[in-house]
Design a protein around this ligand. Structure first.
Ligand SMILES: [Zn+2]
Length: 270
């Protein structure tokens, strides 16, 4: 999934209407603007212990990324919806609901690897280039973010008025899954974690459908994706070996999940 705050800049610059992908500098600038706005609009967790443990998990993957101009940054959103998204330029938002739902470190790492994949492959920059003008803006951020946070954003309308949602294609999602598997493999983490997370989400969809409806809306065809991920692993001997020997869990993940669970919900804004 992806958000992009580009409407004003795009219209001012004129490049959007020409249908070109964003340049790297444009992508980084828009990402920075957007992250600043999200910091004001989203209930981000600032607990140092939680962020330190998240960093210990993400640090397994980030050394293996290829885009030297991107510094990956990770945030925890205090919202129990199972959701995650990445913003152009390497800002990645993990909802507490996702962390709580993950059964083990490799499952969370799988989703993080998938979101990193969208950034590595510049999906948003390309999608923004494909998008037509800013007419899709209203309500899009709320719809995309989903859950209570989405409702709050829609009420606030500040984000919704300035954002356009660039929806990813199935190919984009498949490529990001593949990139996620590759990252897990390079990191020595069990690459089956991504497929295991999909299975966790399928179980959750049956038991607590409202919690993850949004994730499924933006990441559909989970059965196919599990099969694709398994095929991708089977095609790579190193990945296949890591199904047995790869890292599955870590004390920092267990601690992260334990510390996220009792977090009180954010105060209501309005
Ligand atoms: Zn995705």
């Amino acid at each position: 999934m992806r958000l992009g705050r580009y409407a004003a800049a795009a219209l001012a610059g004129g490049w959007l209407l020409s249908g070109c992908a964003l340049s790297v500098n444009q992508e980084l600038e828009l990402g920075q603007d957007y992250a600043a706005q999200l910091a004001r609009e989203l209930p981000l967790v600032d607990d140092p212990a939680i962020l330190a443990d998240l960093e210990l998990v993400t640090r397994r993957l980030t050394p293996h990324t290829r885009r030297r101009e991107v510094t990956y940054r990770f945030y925890v959103v205090n919202d129990s919806t199972v959701n995650a998204f990445a913003v152009p330029g390497g800002y990645i938002y993990l909802f507490r609901g996702l962390i709580e739902a993950a059964g083990s470190m490799d499952q969370l790492a799988g989703v993080i690897g998938h979101e990193i994949g969208h950034v590595e492959l510049r999906h948003s920059a390309e999608a923004i280039g494909r998008a037509q003008a800013a007419e899709a803006g209203i309500g899009v951020a709320g719809v995309l973010l989903g859950g209570r946070t989405g409702a709050r954003v829609q009420q606030g309308a500040t984000l919704a008025g300035t954002l356009v949602f660039a929806k990813f294609s199935r190919d984009d999602e498949r490529e990001s899954d593949s990139a996620g598997v590759a990252l897990l493999t390079q990191a020595g983490v069990n690459p089956g974690g991504l497929a295991a997370m999909f299975e966790t989400l399928q179980r959750l969809e049956r038991s607590r459908p409202s919690a993850i409806a949004q994730w499924f809306a933006s990441h559909p065809m989970t059965e196919d994706r599990i099969e694709d991920v398994n095929r991708r692993i089977a095609a790579d001997p190193r990945a296949t070996a890591l199904l047995q020997t790869g890292e599955r869990d870590a004390p920092e993940f267990e601690r992260l999940r334990r510390n996220v669970r009792p977090l009180p919900p954010p105060p209501r804004r309005r």
